[in-house]
Design a protein around this ligand. Structure first.
Ligand code: DGJ
Length: 661
């Protein structure tokens, strides 16, 4: 809901309020972001932190909008042109007081989330240069303390949650890699210094962008906190020609009066309601860990037979099905079935998979090319390159310049053709290297063209599900999530380590998008031995998949796995559609109306004692039946005393299913 006063706008979500006020010099500022207010209450609030700080005047903080005009003058002096309200959307029309430059600030209330973005238009005849063009700035009311929460990581250890005091300085979270990155993720939370999972105030922002990005958190000398974020990293510039505009990506914000858990609930609701559809995420088998590059039609058929018998619903053939791709040195870019491995094309395998009652999916990596490929030999000019500079190879591959429309059109053509000519309902879209040798003009159009291709494919092939992947979770963000159905969370499938990865991922993103495979023991990356049940219990708390070499699983393992897949299908709607509560680091609860699923894990003795686990959000007067044991529990007791956690040894786990009687 949006209410309008005199130079004052109040945006209300069901539980929070956001107030924009024009300062005396027409600077749009944030007068309030926090608990709900009425317009009357908001009228007394003074102007606050700029909504989009610019260079100029006595502003010495981070400038989210940095401009150079033709005469070398910089900065903006604000002029207010008007506003428009349409439903839950507010548009503030602003301009520079002297130069022909319009700046439009967009706001949209979506559930508990406020989306914000900016359009800058050069209305003059001379080009201007943008050094920085953030989507928005957010600021907090004064509190006694502030902590910063965010994730960091690397390949194989993405989404490690960090929580630190916010130092009185500028803290920069950024990616200069052309994708959102393993090392960081474009979101953060600031709390009042002592928030917990259930209590305390948390302010959180997330950027819907899958390329380079920067979010700066500033705690200034007056102990005020503001954050500015947008696409691109420092040092990139945009030229805005006469009449041209630039639209920034959405930078969304959530206020939670109910701790970090409350912030996560709000983000999950936002993604589920506005970004994702509610189609059931199938149980996947993915062949990568089982076969890597050594694949054949017969072997894939045999794996498919085993997978179908377990109850798998979607069979995905990963890398190495195309061109001359027998290792990561060759073939990337040659998107036709490898004639030695699939002499009659993909049809026999797909038919086999379909007859087994599963749908079929394929791995692709459209943005990359091996120098040893037909594509590169034909179009060496298509790769990202700069004159007088060496070409950097990562994983023996170069990047195609997707900012060029002809390259993007080529990619769309072969992908569309692949899906049109085969019975394919799933693509895993991978991207295994960052940008190098990219000129200023590449970074944004590249990502926009990736988006456009995926959007077009989905519009033309509504049956198609797309999984986003960049060597695991290197490109997981709200931008990608808005156009994919799930994410390949990490190449690290060690269940004991995966718990921490999933803990970080699910701070912001809903677990129905969190691809999680059960693979072999010992684990391929860590060498850790874990029981099958533990591996399943960790993967079942996301979007379950299987990625082990089923041809080597024993009859006992296959039997146990079949029962666990069946159990997962019974709780899938609760896990994917329910509210997620993190019960410490080693237990999660999902609640959907009267149904509850609780996963209890004990990865190592060092982290998990046998303390009972207190559940959340139940009906205190309700009685809950344990579906497996028939034991009845009172809601009030489960919430104040908890469920016992009888897990005496390492790598043990439990799944408890409770239904309110
Ligand atoms: C990286 C992905 O994260 C893996 O799951 C797998 O698809 C490989 N690429 C294939 O090359």
């Amino acid at each position: 809901m949006i209410a309008v006063g005199d130079g004052l706008w109040l945006l209300s979500t069901p539980t929070s309020g956001y107030v924009v006020r024009l300062a005396g010099d027409a600077t749009p500022t944030c007068a309030h972001w926090g608990p709900a207010l009425t317009l009357d209450q908001a009228r007394d609030l003074p102007a606050g932190w700029p909504e989009l700080p610019v260079e100029g005047g006595a502003w010495f903080g981070v400038a989210g909008l940095q401009i150079r005009y033709g005469d070398a003058v910089r900065g903006v002096e604000w002029r207010h042109l008007g506003h428009a309200v349409e439903g839950d959307q507010l548009v503030l029309h602003m301009a520079d007081g002297h130069y022909p430059l319009e700046i439009t600030l967009h706001y949209r209330v979506r559930g508990e989330t406020i989306e914000r973005w900016t359009t800058v238009t050069n209305c003059g005849a001379e080009p201007v240069t943008l050094l920085r063009c953030d989507s928005a700035a957010w600021s907090l009311p004064h509190r006694d303390g502030y902590r910063l929460s965010h994730v960091s990581g690397d390949w194989g250890r993405e989404f490690q949650l960090r929580r630190t005091d916010l130092t009185m300085a500028e803290t920069v979270l950024t990616s200069r890699r052309g994708h959102s990155g393993h090392h960081a993720n474009p979101w953060l939370m600031v709390d009042d210094g002592h928030a917990t999972e259930e209590h305390g105030e948390v302010w959180s922002v997330a950027l819907a962008w899958s390329g380079s990005w920067r979010i700066t958190v500033e705690r200034d000398q007056h102990d005020r906190v503001g954050l500015s974020g947008g696409f691109g990293h420092e040092g990139l510039t945009w030229r805005l020609g006469a009449g041209e505009s630039v639209d920034t990506p959405v930078f969304a914000g959530v206020y939670s009066p109910a701790g970090f858990g409350g912030a996560s609930h709000r983000w999950h609701d936002y993604a589920r309601t506005f970004l994702l559809d509610d189609r059931t995420r199938p149980v996947v088998f993915n062949s990568w860990e089982a076969t890597e590059f050594d694949i054949s039609q017969e072997q894939q058929m045999a794996l498919a037979e085993r997978a179908a018998a377990l109850g798998v619903e979607l069979f995905v053939m990963d890398d190495a099905w195309f061109g001359g791709r027998t290792s990561d040195r060759v073939g990337l870019g040659d998107w036709w079935p490898n004639p030695d491995r699939f002499p009659e094309g993909l049809a026999p395998l797909i038919e086999h998979v379909r007859k087994l009652g599963m749908t079929f999916g394929l791995w692709v990596e459209p943005e990359s090319v091996n120098p040893d490929s037909e594509l590169y030999r034909t179009h060496p000019e298509w790769v990202l390159r700069q004159p007088n500079r060496r070409s950097t190879e990562v994983r023996n591959q170069l990047l195609l310049d997707f900012s060029r429309n002809e390259v993007a059109a080529w990619a769309h053509r072969w992908l569309d053709d692949l899906v049109r000519r085969h019975d394919i309902s799933f693509l895993k879209w991978d991207m295994n290297r960052p940008f190098t040798e990219a000129g200023d003009e590449v970074w944004v159009p590249f990502v926009r063209n990736v988006y456009a291709i995926i959007d077009q494919l989905r519009a033309d092939h509504p049956q198609l599900t797309i999984e986003g992947c960049a060597s695991g979770g290197g490109r997981a963000d709200l931008g990608m999530l808005a156009r994919t159905d799930q994410t390949w969370t990490s190449d690290n499938t060690d269940a004991a380590q995966r718990i921490a990865i999933q803990h970080g991922y699910s701070q912001l993103y809903p677990v129905r998008t969190m691809g999680a495979w059960v693979t072999d023991s010992p684990n391929a990356i860590t060498g850790r031995l874990t029981p099958l049940r533990f591996r399943f219990h960790v993967a079942m708390s996301g979007a379950l998949g299987i990625g082990g070499d089923l041809l080597r699983w024993t009859p006992q393992e296959l039997e146990e796995a079949t029962a666990l897949v069946e159990q997962y299908k019974r709780i899938r709607s609760v896990v994917h559609g329910g509210r997620l509560d993190r019960l410490g680091r080693w237990a999660v609860q999902y609640t959907l109306e009267d149904e509850v699923a609780v996963f209890l894990w004990r990865p190592t003795t060092l982290v998990g004692r046998d303390a009972p686990v207190r559940l959340r959000g139940l009906d205190p007067d309700g009685v809950y039946r344990d579906e497996d044991t028939g034991v009845l529990h009172h809601g009030a007791v489960l919430m104040s005393h908890g469920l016992p956690r009888p897990l005496p040894f390492d790598a043990l786990s439990d799944l408890r299913r409770l239904i309110r009687c």
